[in-house]
Design a protein. Structure first.
Length: 230
């Protein structure tokens, strides 16, 4: 059975209780990573997501993950989540390109603490030249690994990464994501790797102080649930 973290893991490694509406507005000063994601990563306006869904906002986490001040925050947060796992991975990776900045910053955070953590990334398709690899720096078969990604909507990118690394004989012990949009991806990921721990550092509920997110959340929450036939 999959184990799900309760609440998000902070920079210092402590785990908080699940967020409630309105709490996000009080988190800016105490959580610099959430503050940066809210102020720099949220793109306003109608946009089509990689899942094909249309949204009034978009999380462009690369604006934070690739910034000089944001990258260390991401690395320390993900490494803190890794340290709380019941089985520690020996490598961290995911589908290029969403996972790439997370991999590097987390490896750096681990090295700063004297922890050896390898990295890998899974291509969307094998290279058509050179080594023709699907996975760069693939761990040895049997290696416990953590899959990372920036944003989960429907879970497709994470599942592709899981498929790729499992084809190399590795064991997925955790999936760690920066933001879960709460649109069904977590359920699919848990079904795909039921023995792994799923750890979203933040969910959509942590950003309800952002106008576009609050408006869409309210709109979706107001929609009636589909009738259930008996």
């Amino acid at each position: 059975m999959i184990l799900e973290a309760k609440g998000q893991v902070g920079i210092g490694g402590s785990s908080s209780t699940a967020p409630t509406r309105g709490r996000a507005s009080n988190m800016n000063e105490s959580d610099p990573l959430r503050s940066q994601l809210a102020s720099r990563a949220v793109i306003r306006g109608r946009i089509t997501l990689s899942s094909g869904a249309v949204s009034d906002y978009y999380f462009d986490c690369k604006r934070v993950m690739l910034s000089a001040d944001g990258a260390p925050l991401v690395g320390r947060a993900v490494f803190s989540a890794i340290q709380s796992l019941p089985e520690l991975p020996r490598a961290i990776g995911g589908l290029t390109h969403g996972a790439d900045p997370i991999i590097g910053s987390t490896m750096a955070a681990a090295a700063a603490e004297g922890v050896h953590l390898d990295g890998f990334y899974v291509r969307k398709e094998p290279k058509k030249h050179g080594t023709q690899k699907l996975i760069e720096n693939a761990p040895l078969p049997g290696t416990p690994v953590a899959i990372v990604d920036d944003v989960v909507t429907k879970g497709g990118s994470v599942i592709r990464a899981i498929d790729g690394i499992e084809s190399a004989g590795c064991r997925v012990v955790a999936v760690i994501v920066l933001v879960d949009r709460l649109e069904g991806g977590a359920t699919k990921i848990k079904a795909r790797v039921p023995e792994a721990r799923y750890v979203p550092l933040y969910t959509l509920e942590d950003f309800l102080d952002v106008e576009e997110i609050r408006r869409e959340w309210t709109k979706n929450s107001a929609q009636p649930s589909p009738a259930v036939s008996t």
